[in-house]
Design a protein around this ligand. Sequence first.
Ligand code: SF4
Length: 64
Amino acid sequence: MSPAVGLCATCQYVREVRSDRGSVFYRCALSAQDPVYPKYPRLPVLRCPGWTPPAPAQEPVTPS
Ligand code: SF4
């Protein structure tokens, strides 16, 4: 993801949406829960109280 996106580039709530023409848009999934957040934030996002780092990958469960 381009650094020009700003904070959204590293947020777990961002969803990359590609149009039929190949344009890429960044949708904020948090907007569905809280209307304070715009569905398509104006980029680059430099400050956002909703920024959340990606959830860590789950460790595979190994049988003992
Ligand atoms: S919560 Fe903020 S940083 Fe995260 S995707 Fe939405 S606008 Fe971007």
